[in-house]
Design a protein around this ligand. Structure first.
Ligand SMILES: [Zn+2]
Length: 458
């Protein structure tokens, strides 16, 4: 179980670049028009305080050097975000009692650079706390850079302590496969004609940060565990402001995600919980949604008005992103209580009539006649298809995903999963076709890489 958790974390790292670029789908259309382009610097243009800064001069600056990749955003007088690509970010909050860091980044080498920038801008170096929103590598690897600071995480993050050497084994495997990917993607980026495309910049950022992480894992990396943990809520009184840490609950992303709220600043840090591009994929008919709603209730109650949400892999979202997420979860919880799950009904129809007939009845009932007594969630259908896929029952998985495609025709998640299942089933052409559809829906996705890999196979 624990080993599974660890492996899952490493898999999450490799999978996240895929997941992180999936579009909004399912129960609510999320369209934050001002940051539609997923541009880190595009938000809060109305607020004069949120200005871009030039990277302070930290010594030699050569072509392609780390300094050129770093973006700095000053969210308020006291809150600073330092980031490279959409894989890596460190937030810093200046308080009377010291600087508080939220998430420490993927690569210790990069985080050390961020630290210098933060210290230079704030004109001080007293880092008091490092908060890890959860214990995935891309949020905790930089902990080692903040020696002497208290590292805070949810209690479940302590399970890492017992993993011991497993971490090293997983890391070795991760580095090996990541280096292979880097090689492949370096070749791919050379063949891209349009270097102003989203795909180009995402690939460039991906290669850049991943290379750093691989190098760090092989040399200086040392896991720094939390020194202070909590279970439900923790408040840090920093003199001039309070920082509230709330446990989000299990079953959504990891078992140790926390949300960080600063009511005085109207800012909430959501770690990997809020990502409008794939927001409701983790939710299925069996999910225990109540704890997530509870957590958001507490945050909304303790803030007069949330103005900005810092979502780690997305950037800065307007506060309404959190309110909408809260409302959607409440609607889904209500549906769970008041309606029947279409997937549950499909499950029993399959055992009674077999998949072909069940699929026809299902389509008739829910697609053509739009039976309102049932709820159909994308995440629910996808996780049902996954069950078949894991048992190597690819045809069944494909039938379900094809139904899902009819209900959610603009879902990158569906096409991505479909492509993967076709690939597993040895249906190369269909897999390529599905990846192409995913690419049309999400031009910044790395599907070209998978398409070329498939095309090069015999
Ligand atoms: Zn992450």
């Amino acid at each position: 179980m624990k080993k599974k958790l660890k492996l899952q974390s490493i898999i999450l790292l490799t999978g996240f670049m895929l997941i992180s670029c999936l579009p909004a789908i399912g129960q609510i259309d999320v369209d934050y028009s001002e940051n539609k382009k997923n541009d880190f610097n595009a938000t809060n243009k109305k607020e004069p305080i949120s200005s871009e800064l030039t990277v302070p001069n930290l010594g030699k600056k050569k072509q392609g050097s780390v300094h050129e990749m770093i973006t700095i955003k000053r969210l308020s007088k006291r809150v600073l975000l330092v980031r490279s690509g959409d894989m890596d970010m460190v937030a810093a909050i200046k308080t009377k009692k010291g600087i508080v860091i939220v998430d420490s980044g993927f690569s210790p080498t990069l985080t050390a650079k961020y630290r210098k920038i933060i210290e230079k801008i704030f004109g001080r170096s007293d880092i008091k706390f490092v908060i890890n929103t959860h214990f995935d590598s891309d949020h905790v690897n930089g902990n080692q850079v903040f020696k002497g600071a208290e590292i805070i995480a949810h209690q479940n993050a302590l399970e890492w302590k017992e993993e011991g050497d497993n971490v090293k084994v997983d890391i070795k495997t991760w580095v090996k496969s990541t280096r292979e990917r880097i090689k492949r993607r370096k070749f791919l980026i050379k063949t891209l004609k349009n270097d102003s495309s989203l795909l180009y910049s995402r690939l460039r950022d991906w290669i850049y940060t991943r290379e750093k992480v691989c190098d760090d894992f092989e040399t200086i990396y040392k896991l720094a565990l939390p020194s202070l943990t909590f279970t439900d809520k923790l408040t840090l009184d920093m003199g001039d402001l309070k920082i509230d840490l709330f446990y989000f609950g299990p079953g959504f992303h990891t078992d140790n995600d926390i949300l960080v709220s600063i009511p005085e600043e109207n800012i909430v840090f959501t770690g990997d919980i809020l990502n409008p591009r794939y927001q409701y994929i983790p939710v299925n008919s069996k999910s225990d949604i109540e704890p997530w709603i509870d957590c958001l209730n507490k945050i909304i109650k303790s803030n007069r008005e949330i103005k900005s949400v810092v979502a780690y892999h997305v950037g800065v979202l307007p506060g309404r992103a959190l309110y909408e997420f809260h409302n959607s979860l409440k609607n889904m919880r209500d549906e769970q209580q008041q309606k029947k799950s279409a997937v549950d009904s499909l499950r029993s129809m399959i055992s009674e009539f077999g998949i072909q007939k069940a699929a026809k009845i299902f389509e008739n009932q829910y697609l053509i006649n739009k039976n309102k007594e049932y709820f159909i969630w994308e995440g629910d259908l996808i996780s049902f298809a996954r069950e078949f896929q894991e048992k190597k029952q690819y045809n069944e998985a494909i039938i379900i995903l094809k139904m899902c495609e009819k209900i959610f025709p603009n879902s990158v998640s569906v096409f991505n999963r479909l492509a993967y299942t076709f690939k597993k089933a040895g249906k190369k052409k269909l897999a390529i076709e599905a990846y192409k559809k995913a690419l049309c829906l999400n031009p910044g996705g790395f599907y070209v890489d998978y398409i070329r890999q498939l095309e090069s196979r015999e």
